[in-house]
Design a protein around this ligand. Structure first.
Ligand code: FES
Length: 110
């Protein structure tokens, strides 16, 4: 078990994540995509649950993120794929401390 498994890791200044934008970061080798829409921040695994394409090359439509490979649409709030609610993207916990966004890459939580 890695020492950092249950730790929040600082990844980005909060002000660097603009409304309607995405930022790709890596935490312990895991590609994590930070997204801000409608004032809400989401931290998701950048790898699409379909075939692993990077969401960072995709687009946003309201609270939906659209994978660039096959246009599957996932709801950032629930994580669900629009056409099959049992298929979900991986979301990570995050928090803000001293103006920094911190993310915990522990997918057991979701
Ligand atoms: S890899 Fe994302 S929709 Fe196919």
């Amino acid at each position: 078990m890695s020492e950092n498994q249950d730790m929040f890791v600082p990844v980005l200044d909060e002000k660097e994540l603009q409304e309607g934008s995405m930022k790709l970061v890596k935490i312990e080798g895991i590609p994590v995509l930070l997204v801000k829409v409608s004032g809400e921040i989401y931290a998701i695994d950048n790898r699409c649950p379909h075939m692993g394409c990077g969401f960072s090359g995709g687009s946003l439509d309201g609270n939906m993120i659209i994978c660039p490979c096959h246009d599957w649409r996932f709801d950032l709030k629930t994580g669900e794929y629009e056409e099959d609610k049992d298929m979900k993207l991986v979301k990570y916990e995050w928090k803000i401390e001293s103006g920094k966004i911190l993310v915990k890459v522990d997918d057991e939580e979701w």
